[in-house]
Design a protein around this ligand. Structure first.
Ligand code: DAH
Length: 370
């Protein structure tokens, strides 16, 4: 046996006996590392005579290649064994079904708000917002509620304690202050074109948000959601209001034939004012929209009162408009058949899961709202 074949037999035995990857690495360094035995043999080629090198060169290179292959094969075996051992130790049974994952879902109020925004967006309305904590000016005065007018009490307002200046802030009782904020910004744009972020009229916005009143029973909650609508342009009249709301209601209830009616009403901020009723059937426990011969009041609206336009700096002889306010939770309850509005805010996840609106299903009039 030559020295080389003794070396080879020894190394193969060491490789086969290496119990783990670390031990195998030690064998590899001892043989093929910088100062390993085989590396030493390769270096010795330089000192050999050409004839000797012709024989030894292929022999030593062959030895090196066979060892490298043997080590790689043994490494694969050891790594697979290590993986098996760790899987066994972790008791990971890949044949078990995955544990159920709790999936969040969208609250029906938010779902309906998104549906409403999608419909109004299609009609060319932009989105506007205002603060939940309002001042008296935006919530009442600018909306034509005179000081001490009973309407201020009518709203059953949550007032904050007076500030240093004596002013009492309120939790807004309706989304109508958004109208005032939008029109005042529009007025700045009319007067001073450098404020281009503020869009001058024409205005077409919807303003969704939370509103608050001291009220609580099956059909009233102290916090609920409204959506305000405002259109300001030249030559706007009640016909535009009626068409817009009819179009909205048909889209929203996905019922083309649904009939609406407008009843005269009073709001301080519109003149004339109206409430809109929708045709429904109330003969069963579930109210059906677009059938039967009952009526259900679903929103208020009217032509923006000239006092409000003036307060916001817009000339009523040049600009007119209509406004409306919708109760979002009530519309959700009607569309999806919820008997008690208080369930909306009970934070019961079983109730939410029952309606199960997916966060990934963006309401869209083209592909379906719900
Ligand atoms: N702000 C009214 C409310 O909370 C709803 C409303 C009625 C809004 C008529 C309007 C409107 O913009 O024109 O009861």
């Amino acid at each position: 046996m030559t020295d080389q074949s003794i070396l080879e037999t020894g190394l193969l035995a060491d490789i086969a006996a290496a119990p783990d990857v670390a031990a195998l690495e030690a064998v590899r360094v001892g043989a093929l590392g910088k100062s390993g035995v085989i590396s030493g043999l390769l270096k010795s080629l330089g000192a050999m005579s050409p004839d000797e090198r012709k024989v030894q060169g292929p022999a030593i290179n062959g030895l090196r290649d066979r060892m490298a292959t043997a080590i790689a094969e043994r490494r694969d075996v050891l790594e697979a064994a290590a993986l098996d051992a760790s899987l066994a130790a972790g008791r990971l049974d890949l044949s078990l079904p995955a544990p159920p994952r709790r999936r969040g879902c969208v609250h029906p109020t938010m779902q309906v708000m998104d549906e409403m925004i999608a419909i109004f967006a299609e009609l060319g309305f932009a989105l506007a917002e205002g603060p939940d904590i309002e001042d008296d000016f935006h919530n009442f005065t600018a909306l034509n509620f005179p000081p001490r007018h009973p309407a201020r009490e009518m709203h059953d307002t949550f007032f904050f304690p007076p500030g240093a200046d004596g002013e009492r802030k309120v939790l807004r009782t309706h989304t109508s202050p958004i109208q005032v904020r939008v029109m005042r910004k529009a007025n700045i744009a009319v007067g001073a074109p450098q404020f281009e972020v503020y869009r001058a009229p024409p205005i077409r916005i919807v303003g969704p948000g939370r509103v608050y009143r001291c009220d609580s029973d099956a059909t009233h909650t102290p916090m609920f959601h409204q959506m305000e609508g405002l259109v300001i342009d030249r030559n706007i009249h009640m016909g535009h209001l009626k068409w817009t709301l009819d179009a909205f209601i048909r889209r929203f209830f996905e019922a083309e034939g649904v009939v609406t009616r407008f009843r005269p009403h009073h709001f301080p901020f519109t003149e004339p004012s109206a409430e809109m009723d929708v045709q429904c059937d109330r003969s069963t426990s579930q109210i059906r929209i677009g059938e039967g011969d009952d009526w259900l009041e679903i929103l208020g609206g009217g032509m923006v009162h000239p006092n409000i336009l003036r307060t916001c700096g817009l000339d009523p002889d040049e600009w007119q408009g209509f406004a409306f306010g919708l109760g979002v939770d009530r519309l959700a309850a009607l569309k999806y058949g919820m008997p008690d509005l208080r369930d909306m805010f009970a934070a019961d996840t079983r109730w939410l899961e029952h309606y199960g609106f997916s966060a990934f299903a963006d309401p869209n009039p083209a592909s379906g709202l719900s």
